[in-house]
Design a binder for this molecule. Structure first.
Ligand code: DC
Length: 228
């Protein structure tokens, strides 16, 4: 049986950084579901689809085929046979992903792929609805969060390091707006699964977060062993 770890949480909580490193330590496959939604968003941008028109977005979903492959440990997203991994990180793509991911047809397009990956591999999968909808029976569920200002500051430092001009108040506003949209949509909103363990990383560094999550995974494995 595949062992599944679900990590959900708001934008900028550090899910992908943490999940990638844990996957490496545990020899699990890392699945970044946000990248899949971002690839659909890229399709909408490239094809000038009105993202606020649910029908228009839903109608083109049947033209979109998403799959993933791995180069080393890095997940690559393939959109209709093109590797789009290097095009999906822009802020605009994240915002469009947050808008179109509220539509049922968009979520349906990705659900089966996500569930198939988890059925056949030990995965650590991050997103917004992994513990609540995609993998409700995941062995371990983590809700990773941090204060909005802390998340904004991390993003600010990241952009600064890349030499990009940015304003921390604007970044914080974008983060708060995105959280609101992701948490209040009707279908699969971001929320903490009842059986998820909350890890608030506001006052923790990356190594502390990784150690905390690995301890949770190990405790779970021990208790599963006892139950057998
Ligand atoms: O994690 P991220 O920033 O790459 O995700 C981009 C957007 O995709 C996010 O704002 C909401 C959406 N998303 C989602 O609805 N469900 C997921 N499981 C993952 C992402």
């Amino acid at each position: 049986m595949a062992f599944n770890i679900a990590i959900d949480g708001p934008a900028g909580a550090g899910k992908s950084t943490i999940a990638k490193q844990i996957a490496k330590k545990l020899s699990f496959v890392y699945v970044d579901t946000g990248a899949m939604y971002r690839s659909i968003a890229l399709y909408m941008i490239r094809n000038s689809i009105d993202i606020y028109n649910e029908e228009a977005v839903s109608n083109v979903c049947s033209d979109i085929h998403i799959s993933i492959k791995y180069e080393g440990e890095e997940q690559q997203v393939i959109l209709n046979e093109e590797n789009v991994t290097s095009f999906i990180r822009a802020e605009e793509v994240g915002v469009v992903a947050s808008v179109v991911s509220a539509y049922p047809k968009v979520r349906e397009t990705l659900l089966k792929l996500q569930q198939q990956l988890a059925a056949s591999n030990d995965v650590i999968m991050d997103g917004r609805d992994i513990g609540t909808c995609v993998l409700p029976n995941a062995d371990v569920k983590i809700y990773l969060t941090a204060d909005a200002r802390v998340r904004a500051n991390r993003r600010y430092l990241e952009l600064k390091k890349k030499g990009q001009e940015c304003n921390i108040d604007e970044i914080e506003k974008d983060i708060v707006d995105r959280d609101y949209r992701d948490m209040t949509r009707e279908i699969s909103p971001l929320c903490q699964a009842e059986d998820a363990v909350v890890v608030n990383t506001s006052d923790m560094n990356i190594d502390e977060v990784i150690d905390a999550i690995i301890a949770i995974v190990n405790a779970n494995k021990m208790s599963e062993r006892k139950e057998v």
